[in-house]
Write a protein that binds this ligand. Structure first.
Ligand SMILES: NC(=O)c1ccc[n+]([C@@H]2O[C@H](COP(=O)([O-])OP(=O)(O)OC[C@H]3O[C@@H](n4cnc5c(N)ncnc54)[C@H](O)[C@@H]3O)[C@@H](O)[C@H]2O)c1
Length: 252
């Protein structure tokens, strides 16, 4: 059997949340493996007439909750890059409000970005992948979507549980067309935001990191490398899975 390596030469990757710490690391690893990366984020510069689709990475603004915007950018990507091989949905927002303080607006916004926006991207890219008869998705869930909020609110946790199931549905629909879909469920990852959380909840957080079987939180590159593995031919028989990346703090 031919050895299958992490080889992304000529592959077109469509990434959301590319401006975030994990998204940026994912973009970097794909570029190192010589993929073509269309990296999108709500904070990136807007699409205009001068967009150079030969740029790599190509960084473009996309608000995933804007269905028309998603359709337009995916169609422009296909027009200019010829195909979409891999979609990584890393865009997401976190809400850490206590259960009783979560407003209807909080709930709707969290679900709009984390679930509905992801659905728009998956639905649009799936149409293209069905034509190609190939492709794969890696969607960002969270350990919170399995156990209820760890450092996160109920709206965030529920949205990430929805991501796990959305991805399973996508995997079932895609499988007959040679398309795979998996989610990842990171635990806590070192970040400025985690530092802030520690600062504000020092007492409550005492011993939390040490309780992880591997004795520490995760790094963005450890999450990104799992994404690359799932997107690679080495994972050709993995679909519908939710892969834990949590240092052993949840084993299910
Ligand atoms: N960092 C962690 O500890 C952790 C743990 C579990 C799961 N996750 C998930 O991993 C993913 C990446 O996390 P991160 O730590 O890089 O977060 P991050 O906040 O650094 O990045 C998220 C990115 O999503 C973008 N975004 C927000 N709303 C958007 C919208 N409407 N349209 C497009 N982009 C939008 C933000 O601008 C940001 O760049 C998220 O889905 C997050 O929920 C993170």
């Amino acid at each position: 059997m031919k050895e299958k390596m992490l080889d992304f030469v000529g592959k077109v990757v469509f990434l959301t949340g590319g401006g975030g710490q994990i998204g940026a690391k994912t973009e970097e690893l794909f570029l190192r493996q010589r993929a073509k990366v269309v990296s999108t984020d709500i904070d990136f510069p807007p699409l205009d007439d001068r967009v150079d689709f030969d740029a790599n990475p190509l960084k473009l603004a996309l608000d995933v909750t804007n269905k028309q915007g998603v359709q337009q950018l995916i169609s422009q990507t296909v027009e200019n890059c010829g195909r979409i091989d891999i979609v990584v949905n890393a865009a997401g927002i976190l809400n850490i409000k206590p259960f009783l303080e979560i407003s209807e607006q909080d709930w709707d916004r969290t679900f709009a970005v984390n679930v509905k926006g992801m659905f728009f991207v998956c639905q649009e890219a799936l149409k293209q992948m069905i034509e190609q008869k190939a492709g794969c998705f890696v969607n960002f869930a969270s350990i919170s979507g399995k156990v209820g909020g760890v450092l996160a609110g109920a709206d965030y946790s529920a949205s990430k549980a929805a991501v796990i199931c959305l991805t399973k549905s996508l995997a079932k629909v895609g499988a007959p067309h040679g398309i795979r879909a998996n989610s990842v469920a990171p635990g806590a990852v070192y970040s400025p935001m985690l530092d802030l959380y520690y600062r504000d909840h020092a007492e409550e957080m005492k011993g939390f990191e040490e309780k992880h079987p591997l004795g520490r939180f995760g790094r963005a590159d450890e999450v990104a490398s799992t994404v690359l593995f799932l997107a690679s031919d080495q994972a050709s028989y993995i679909t519908g899975a939710c892969v834990d990346i949590n240092g052993g703090t949840l084993m299910d």
